[in-house]
Design a protein around this ligand. Structure first.
Ligand code: TXA
Ligand code: MG
Length: 314
């Protein structure tokens, strides 16, 4: 693909930027990531600076294949079974290998590491070309909604960050995060892979981390996904002056209204969620009313993101 914006780069250039210890935004199937070489603290520091992240929270490390992943973490038999779900929107938090070449900033000094193999072909090619795992949080300034298109990255960083454009993200929600200790599995964050699918694959139920889980994830900071507009959840319809984010058929009309999925399809709704929040927010309304979304399948992760977006700013 030919770059057509000043901050756009092609795959070879993106790989060269990353190898030289700088950050570059790249597509994954979940959301766009702001990548840096996970082995270099200098490079990883630039992620925090660019995002203006207030705290050094641990970052997810993106691998091209299992060889790369097993060089970083210890895989229990249960972890290996879960890794069968890769590539895809799933992050496993596993014991860090002692000899792993990884910056302490990536793990925030923990003895665990969050790893995933993304399904996006451009992400896989990029990591393989760099030849090293990439640490990458979502490519948004801290506290803003995660970007699902290259254009949102360009806008949010005002063209100051190089972007590898791989089209709109297919999943549209960040990865599901599971902590795996031996055969114990705990969901730390609902995400692009529904818990029900994971449980079917494992043939058993998994735990869910409470709000005060021992491993606090910044994705768990309440206002993490905040748009500028206020959100009113579980709304039957829009009130005067509100935009409306609908879900399902036969929704009430509003002047500014978008439907996450007219057929009530969760995958479609997940794919549209952040893009539609961005769009309604950009319309300048003070408040967005949001239709109820059932708490099933990907609805769990969609509602999680909506609740965070609705939480008052810290
Ligand atoms: O889909 C995604 O996961 C996207 C794309 C770019 O891959 N990335 C993403 O990264 O959402 P970020 O930084 O927004 O969220 C990373 C989450 C945080 O909540 C962090 O606490 C958790 O992963 N995490 C990473 N390593 C961890 C560890 N060792 N223990 C506990 N949580 C960890
Ligand atoms: Mg994020």
């Amino acid at each position: 693909m030919q770059p057509n914006h000043p901050s756009d780069v092609d795959l070879e250039t993106a790989a060269a930027i990353l190898r030289s210890g700088n950050v570059c935004a790249f597509p994954t199937e979940t959301v766009y990531g702001l990548g840096a070489m996970a082995s270099s603290s200098d490079a990883v520091l630039k992620i925090f600076e660019t995002k203006r992240r207030p705290r050094f929270n641990p970052l997810i490390v993106h691998c091209a294949d299992m060889d790369m992943a097993t060089a970083l973490a210890e895989f229990s038999p249960t972890a290996l079974r879960l890794a069968d779900l890769w590539p895809g929107p799933l992050t496993l938090v596993l014991p860090l290998r002692e000899e792993a070449q990884i910056s302490d900033l990536v793990t925030a000094g923990l003895d665990t590491i969050g790893i995933r193999i993304p399904a996006h072909p451009v992400a896989q090619q990029l990591i393989a070309t760099v030849g090293q795992p990439l640490a990458a949080p979502s490519a948004n300034p801290s506290g803003r909604i995660s970007p699902t298109t290259a254009d949102q990255v360009r806008t949010m960083f005002e063209g100051q960050v190089p972007v590898l454009d791989g089209g709109p993200c297919n999943t549209g929600l960040e990865s599901t995060i599971l902590a795996v200790q031996g055969d114990k599995v705990t969901q730390l964050r609902a995400g692009g892979l529904a818990r029900a699918e994971i449980e079917t694959h494992l043939g058993r139920q998994i735990g869910i981390a409470g709000a005060d889980a021992a491993i606090a994830a910044p994705g768990m900071m309440k206002s993490h996904y905040a748009p500028r507009a206020a959100l009113r959840l579980n709304a039957a319809g829009p009130e005067e002056g509100e935009a409306f984010l609908a879900f399902g058929p036969n929704q009430p009309e509003a002047r500014t209204s978008l439907n996450l999925s007219e057929t009530g399809d969760f995958k479609e709704a997940a794919r549209n969620l952040f893009a539609f929040l961005h769009q309604l927010d950009a319309s300048g309304v003070a408040r967005i009313a949001v239709a109820p979304v059932p708490e099933e399948g990907l609805g769990e992760a969609i509602n999680d993101r909506l609740r965070r977006a609705a939480a008052p700013r810290a």
